[in-house]
Design a protein around this ligand. Structure first.
Ligand code: HEC
Length: 139
């Protein structure tokens, strides 16, 4: 047996172990959906663009305080009219609340596909007026 064989085998094993130990990191599905459908306007960290796209970092938590606010979160055109299914939109909203809120609400009741389906059925036409009513300011 050649003296080099054990060394080569060990090197091969080490290389194989490295491959197994480092699988590619997959982006979680709700985050990937956010990246593809929402992030273009809302930006990766949810800050948006002042005067055009509101910052989700500060608006999600207060809006979650009322049923009218929850409804608004689902009914805004960017959410309700996206290509996402009700289940996907529910997951994206839940991900946004937890990840993008500057201060995530301590007691957050998750959106369910059923709740999203119910609110999505009614389009929100007067978006600015609804936001002013709920938060006191336009986007
Ligand atoms: C074309 C730009 C655009 C895209 C894409 C977009 N949004 Fe928005 N979003 C806005 C604007 C502008 C507002 C402010 C309300 C309005 O005028 O519609 C808003 C408001 C919101 C709000 C309410 C927060 C607030 O402070 O008023 C939520 C929740 C939201 N978007 C979720 C989403 C989700 C979820 C997606 C992706 C599925 C998405 N948006 C995609 C532009 C966009």
């Amino acid at each position: 047996m050649s003296a080099r064989a054990p060394g080569a085998a060990a090197a091969l094993l080490a290389a194989a172990a490295t491959c197994v130990a480092a699988p590619p990191a997959l982006t979680p599905k709700p985050q990937a959906d956010y990246m593809l459908n929402c992030q273009g306007c809302h930006l990766p960290d949810g800050t948006g663009a002042a005067g055009k796209v509101p910052s989700l970092r500060t608006s999600l938590a207060p809006l979650l305080q009322s049923e009218a606010g929850r409804r608004y979160l689902v009914q805004v055109p960017g959410a309700a009219q996206s290509a996402l299914s009700d289940a996907e939109l529910a997951q994206v909203l839940n991900w946004m609340v937890r990840t993008l809120s500057a201060r995530p609400p301590p007691q957050f009741r998750e959106f369910t596909p059923q709740e999203v389906m119910r609110y999505r059925a009614t389009p929100l036409v007067a978006v600015r007026a609804a936001r002013v009513r709920l938060l006191g300011t336009a986007p």
